[in-house]
Ligand binder design. Structure first.
Ligand code: HEC
Length: 180
């Protein structure tokens, strides 16, 4: 118990150093693991359209010409959808941004500007997200390409707008994804 308190204090102190350390201090107990590196995907600061890009991925994430979507399981209405999450066109944004997870209300699906705190990114990027398993469910672990995962990361990092990202420069040292 005492060691636990000490660890929390040390992490809190480290958290004053940088935004990344800060987020790890808050989420120290649930830091995800088995995450795909997106470090090699160039950051996209502007031009990610929610409809064509993010919703397009929810509608069909296969890049080999096939058809499979998050919406196959995350249907409407939410009460009948997998994970009680409706990701269909027209309503998905309102179900994600600043909304608490149905499975773990301590975590939000999307925290604007903080992809590393956002369950949506964790679920597609990591084998062990904060809650549940990697998405898309029961597809091979890396079904979403690193580029698709990075698009979700960049959209959230740019404030998760309902329309299109407009290029907020995030600094010369862009941290992308989780430490491997
Ligand atoms: C074959 C069905 C299926 C597909 C396809 C699927 N999911 Fe899921 N999803 C589930 C199930 C089942 C759960 C609940 C278990 C869990 O959270 O691990 C879930 C849970 C989730 C949750 C967490 C819900 C909560 O309240 O915490 C998110 C976020 C999510 N999925 C996102 C996605 C995204 C994004 C895609 C597409 C890239 C996707 N899912 C594709 C079945 C699916």
């Amino acid at each position: 118990m005492r060691a636990g308190i000490l660890r929390a204090v040390v992490l809190a102190a480290a958290g004053t150093g940088s935004a990344l350390a800060g987020s790890f201090a808050i989420y120290a107990q649930t830091t995800p693991s088995g995450c795909t590196s997106i470090a090699d995907v160039p950051p996209q600061y502007s031009g990610i359209q929610y409809g064509a890009g993010i919703q397009g991925l929810f509608d069909n994430f296969l890049t080999n010409g096939g058809m499979a979507g998050c919406v196959d399981c995350h249907t409407s209405p939410a009460s009948g959808a997998s994970g009680h999450l409706d990701l269909t066109d027209g309503v998905s944004w309102a179900h994600l941004v600043n909304v608490s997870s149905h499975e773990d209300p301590a975590i939000k699906y999307v925290v604007p500007n903080h992809p590393e705190q956002s369950l949506l990114f964790q679920k597609v990027n990591c084998d062990v997200p904060a809650t549940g398993v990697r998405m898309p469910y029961q597809f091979p672990p890396d079904t979403l390409s690193a580029e698709q995962q990075a698009m979700i990361y960049d959209w959230i990092a740019e404030g998760a707008p309902v329309d299109v990202t407009d290029g907020i420069f995030r600094g010369t040292f862009d941290i992308r994804g989780f430490a491997q």
